[in-house]
Design a protein around this ligand. Structure first.
Ligand code: SF4
Ligand code: SF4
Length: 204
């Protein structure tokens, strides 16, 4: 798995959830087509009359997520930028997605504006596997992603309570015990149950 493959999954699902923040600072989410994915960039478009369009211009921070039939989820957070060469990109989007001609026939297509997400964080989460599998990536000029989940510190006394209770059996014995991060649900059960508070949140 890598960043490009994560973006390809979103393009494969095509209709995915895009979340923005409205004027009141409240979240809004809607289904938007992923129109093009290439060279670790994701392209989409929207009409100039839509609230989504206004929100993108005012608050370009965006979150995108989708789940495919294999129960593989991809989550993206990044910044959406409006593209300068509107007609070129809208024509290209219609070329790659001919079904759009039925929705915006003829010249009406130019009420749409093209956007690109060219940097951000990506998370791949495979619920179709046992144990589950997760991996995170950055793309474009994004700085390394903040670590999530939990970590077992040297305060561990080796009692094994966390290992016995872990729903994914992703804790292994050692000094200290260790969490296999790629299989962890981030559920927090081990964190809540450790008798000596040896488990801490990562990335704080
Ligand atoms: S529950 Fe806490 S002390 Fe016990 S093995 Fe796990 S991390 Fe170590
Ligand atoms: S957070 Fe949940 S899944 Fe991850 S190691 Fe702890 S108990 Fe297991």
């Amino acid at each position: 798995m890598n960043a490009q493959k994560c973006l390809d999954i979103l393009r494969g699902i095509k209709d995915v959830a895009f979340a923005t923040v409205n004027d009141e600072g409240k979240p809004e989410v809607r289904i938007i087509d992923v129109m093009i994915v290439e060279k670790e960039k994701l392209y989409f478009c929207t009409g100039r009359g839509k609230d989504f369009y206004r929100q993108l211009l005012e608050h370009p921070d965006i979150a995108v997520t989708g789940l495919n039939k294999e129960f593989q989820m991809v989550r993206l957070s990044g910044k959406a930028e409006k593209l300068a060469d509107q007609k070129k990109w809208i024509d290209r989007i219609f070329e790659e997605n001919p079904v759009m001609n039925g929705v915006y026939p003829g010249e009406s297509r130019y009420i749409l504006e093209p956007f690109c997400i060219e940097s951000g964080e990506l998370e791949f989460f495979d619920l179709g596997k046992s144990p589950i599998y997760r991996e995170s990536f950055v793309f474009g000029e994004e700085k390394p992603a903040k670590q999530k989940g939990f970590l077992i510190t040297d305060a561990c006394i080796g009692c094994g309570k966390c290992m016995r209770g872990c729903p994914q059996q992703c804790i292994t014995q050692g000094t200290p015990f260790q969490i296999n991060q790629e299989n962890c649900l981030h559920c927090g059960l081990c964190f809540e149950n450790c008798p000596v508070q040896a488990i801490v949140r990562r990335g704080l």
